[in-house]
Ligand binder design. Structure first.
Ligand code: SF4
Length: 453
């Protein structure tokens, strides 16, 4: 029997996926979550610390095949978690294979992950709010109507507060054909919104020299513009995260104006002071970001821009900080997150002089958030009276409220549109409906259902 991982490598999970396209999507979502949490996916039994078998229980033959696969995984490896359709009736499995570590049912992503955590703890990567691709609370795996689409791993930059490149290495982009295949499968399985993630989305394909790939027999370049065009053809919402403000991003904005992809850019600006950006070694630190933003708004006036910032970085003076507030007033970003700087073990920034005292960091954080909130409030007020299409995330049956999002808001990190007095029994999560905005507060909108205009 293989033993759990030692200290020398990331915990590795082997995966056997059986069954129909829906089961495949379940497998992909479990794999995405595993990778997001820092597990490695092993290509064979020998290289894994644990094996997950996603079973199919559709017909007797499929059940027999599933039981056979579980038996093989137990023989070849020994540490096996079973999930998928057959897991709906665990005794069918445990009566034949009593040694499996856990059995969870179909679409029970959280249960599978809980079983994995129990038998193979996640690698100890501290959550780093500046750079993590998913929110600290993790991906809510339950909704089937949106999915994260990872287009590359690693990063070629060396931001001084970040240890991602030393952990995950340089940029490795996925060929466009493989991304499109995954995106197409997700869309076919009912996903309504694809959230494109990577450490540096603007750099997609650089390592591949924008190589030509194929998707359904059609040539496609592994470059952001072509990838966005192809994703835009799937008929689902496509949202870009972690884009850096390089000039070539200007080419993507017309796709937003045409409605091919969402008019939304998540750009981790982190600061506005040139000296702090230089000390942070940020990509595109020399760009005139206000000019870039103005250009994007000229091409697509409707664009929503979200960003995160770090205050209290070593060497940040009061003038740097006030410059950041002025930049915020000029940039008029739609959604903003902020963190006080804290050292990450192994990061180059730890060596920088002039640490900012903790109480100053907190005071700047509060001033920053107050400023950002005021901008957000003013911007949301302007939405009152507008009609817009929203995507329902959840239904609160008791309150009669549908909790939805507009094109301008990503799940988990941005605001909501609360549809009041909604006929919740007739609505479902993942449905797109039209609403008229009736009210707004600092971060959320309130609306009533409306006929499609
Ligand atoms: S761009 Fe900077 S912060 Fe982001 S992953 Fe690369 S090195 Fe880290």
């Amino acid at each position: 029997m293989n033993q759990p991982t030692d200290q020398h490598h990331q915990p590795r999970v082997g995966f056997v996926s059986l069954g129909c396209p829906k089961a495949l999507v379940d497998s992909e979502r479990i794999l995405t979550q595993l990778k997001t949490e820092g597990y490695e996916i092993a290509p064979d039994y020998q290289g894994s610390d644990l094996v997950i078998v996603n079973t199919c229980g559709f017909i007797d033959q499929a059940k027999a095949e599933s039981l056979e696969s579980i038996g093989e995984a137990l023989r070849e490896h020994g540490r096996v978690i079973v999930t998928g359709c057959m897991g709906a009736e665990p005794e069918q499995i445990t009566s034949v294979h009593p040694k499996v570590l856990a059995v969870t049912g179909p679409q029970r992503y959280e249960d599978v992950m809980a079983a994995v955590h129990q038998h193979l703890p996640a690698p100890k990567i501290e959550h780093n709010p500046y750079i993590d691709l998913v929110p600290p609370q993790g991906i809510r795996l339950t909704p089937r109507h949106y999915a994260y689409l990872k287009i590359s791993e690693g990063c070629n930059h060396r931001c001084s507060f970040c240890i991602i490149p030393s952990m995950r290495g340089d940029l490795v982009s996925r060929p466009a054909g493989s991304i499109m295949q995954e995106a197409e499968q997700l869309a076919r399985a009912g996903v309504q919104e694809l959230l494109v993630i990577s450490q540096d989305t603007s750099a997609y394909g650089v390592d591949l020299k924008y190589r030509m790939d194929f998707w359904n027999g059609t040539p496609i370049k592994s470059r952001l513009l072509e990838l966005c065009q192809a994703l835009g053809s799937l008929g689902v919402w496509v949202r870009l995260h972690y884009v850096y403000p390089y000039p070539h991003v200007d080419n993507i904005i017309p796709l937003m104006q045409q409605g091919l992809i969402l008019p939304y850019l998540d750009i981790p600006f982190q600061h506005a002071s040139p000296s702090i950006l230089r000390a942070m070694k940020r990509p595109a630190h020399a760009e005139d970001t206000l000019a870039r933003i103005a250009e994007w708004r000229r091409i697509c006036p409707d664009i929503a821009i979200r960003s995160t910032f770090i205050v209290g970085f070593p060497g940040e003076t009061e003038a740097d900080f006030e410059g950041l507030l002025d930049w915020m007033s000029a940039a008029q970003l739609d959604r903003v997150g902020c963190f006080t700087y804290s050292a990450v073990e192994g990061a180059a920034a730890n060596e920088l002089a002039d640490a900012v005292p903790e109480e100053v960091k907190v005071e700047r954080y509060e001033r920053f958030m107050e400023h950002a909130q005021m901008i957000s409030e003013q911007k949301l007020q302007k939405r009152i009276g507008q009609s817009m299409q929203v995507l329902i995330d959840e239904l609160d049956l008791e309150a009669g409220v549908a909790i939805a999002r507009s094109r301008y808001d990503a799940p988990e990190i941005d605001g909501n549109v609360f549809i009041e007095d909604a006929p919740v029994a007739q609505l479902r999560a993942g449905q797109k409906v039209w609403v008229r905005i009736t009210d707004a507060d600092s971060y959320d909108l309130y609306a009533h259902l409306q006929q499609e205009p």
